[in-house]
Design a protein around this ligand. Structure first.
Ligand code: FES
Ligand SMILES: [Fe+2]
Length: 468
């Protein structure tokens, strides 16, 4: 791999280009576990998945598997999912990349269960939820050479934010909170920890993980990929780096002042038509073709706008009426909204990306989040996930499971299927002899460019350079 010839300014205001290496090079993909994934904080699940002491899940990334356990009512522990005796993967039935072996043949998304001890199926070494060896058959044969360090599961850093569990394999890595800023401060007012899974979909796609992730990093593609949404107004957006992370928000071609509250996903004025009708239609269409990025309450209350309000009601008043109504309807069924100011909603923007592999759309009572991972170290495959979070009346939270969907377009919600339709074609196009390098939009696709600036810092190659 070549070293970057020239690093560019963080502002990313220049017209830049970056090569296809990060998407198709086998050497690059094989370097990712060591240079990238072993060093970064990664979202590994939701706290709600680990309710009782002994509850566990696994999170798999490339050839590593991490076992995450609730060890006390108030704390979690994470370990490398490998037996210290002779290296068998301790908890099996994982997909997550790597060769399929017998224990993985069921093709599950990940392992999940509840137990106070983890016994290895090979020679029966057994570990407590604190990671210490609790039983080693014929331990005396080692003549005292086995201490608690060499026989314990290898710890991994684990922390929580926003109701998500995060892990970092680098024991020297700084705190999660520091890593997530400024995203954490922007999103804290939304109280994501009070949301729960509504659905969680996953699939294995024939493209690099960056291709799949980037399909959701910018609304510049809406006119080409989702033409049915253009009737609700153009999706012109700003896109910017927030340190290692990124953000998009609706904008106008005059680049009018960012962060105006009416321009987020929920508040979008929905084009030039009668706002009562366009909001009602757009919400219904979102519900029917994405099934997320809004809430059922917002969709049903939006249908009342043309009935409840007179023609000619200004857009800002329509928005206020709608949101007040939705909040009231939610309160009646026991769902409270966070106390969000217009400025806080506007500051969060349309969508936020957390380096390296997560992107989410925030809303007052919902979120649509994507996470994409490599499949082993195959540059041409990835594990894609789309997750909807919602607020539910206490006690009414649904039990959800990972639902596997083939990459066939008719299996996914229409809008996501439209995004998927680009992915395999991108992976093919990147291998074309005729492709000269990416030409990202310097204003609307800066979030994508920033991903490559940040990746290059870890990978030592692939940094964007000015278009010459
Ligand atoms: S490899 Fe686990 S007990 Fe031997
Ligand atoms: Fe899209």
């Amino acid at each position: 791999m070549n070293k970057p010839e020239k690093l560019v300014a963080e502002a990313l205001s220049e017209a830049l280009t970056y090569p296809v290496e990060a998407f198709i090079s086998r050497e690059y993909a094989e370097a990712e576990p060591e240079r990238l994934w072993s060093k970064v904080w990664q979202q590994a699940g939701r706290v709600e998945e680990l309710k009782a002491v002994g509850d566990f899940i696994t999170y798999n990334i490339c050839h590593d598997s991490i076992l995450i356990v609730r060890d006390t009512p108030d704390s979690l522990k994470a370990f490398h999912n490998v037996c210290p005796h002779r290296g068998r993967r301790l908890v099996g039935d994982n997909t997550g990349g790597g060769p399929v072996v017998v224990a993985q043949a069921k093709g599950s998304h990940s392992a999940r269960g509840s137990q106070m001890k983890f016994g290895c199926n090979y020679h029966a070494w057994t570990f407590g939820i604190d990671g210490e060896a609790a039983y080693i058959p014929d331990r005396e044969d080692w003549n005292g050479a086995l201490d608690s360090v060499c026989t314990s599961l290898t710890p991994v850093q684990v922390d929580t934010w926003g109701g998500w569990i995060w892990i970092n394999m680098d024991s020297e890595a700084g705190p999660l909170r520091e890593w997530l800023e400024p995203i954490a401060s922007l999103i804290d007012p939304f109280e994501f920890d009070k949301m729960r899974y509504r659905f969680r979909l996953w699939g294995i796609f024939d493209c690099n993980w960056k291709v799949a992730l980037e399909a959701f990093l910018e609304p510049y593609h809406v006119q080409g990929t989702h033409p049915q949404l253009i009737k609700y107004g153009d999706f012109y957006s700003f896109s910017k780096a927030l340190g290692r992370h990124g953000q998009t928000g609706f904008d106008s071609k005059e680049h009018r002042e960012e962060n105006t509250a009416v321009e987020t996903s929920v508040h979008r004025a929905a084009g030039d038509g009668d706002p009562r009708i366009t909001i009602a239609q757009m919400q219904q269409e979102y519900w029917d073709t994405i099934g997320a990025s809004t809430s059922e309450t917002l969709v049903t209350t939006a249908q009342r706008l043309p009935v409840d309000l007179p023609e000619g009601t200004p857009a800002a008043e329509v928005h206020k009426y709608w949101l007040d109504l939705a909040k009231k309807v939610d309160a009646e069924r026991g769902v409270s909204w966070p106390d969000l100011s217009g400025e806080q909603i506007a500051a969060a923007g349309l969508a936020l990306s957390v380096f390296p592999n997560m992107n989410f759309i925030p809303g007052p009572t919902f979120s649509l989040a994507y996470r994409v991972r490599p499949y082993g170290t195959d540059p041409d495959k990835c594990i894609f996930e789309a997750v909807a979070l919602d607020r539910f009346p206490p006690g009414d939270e649904p039990e959800t499971e990972w639902t596997y969907l083939e990459q066939d377009l008719d299996k996914w919600p229409l809008v996501i299927a439209q995004d998927i339709s680009n992915m395999v074609e991108m992976q093919r196009g990147y291998k074309s002899r005729g492709f000269k390098g990416n030409l990202p939009n310097p204003w609307q696709e800066r979030k994508v460019t920033n991903l490559h600036v940040q990746l290059a810092k870890y990978m030592g190659t692939g940094a964007p350079v000015p278009i010459t």
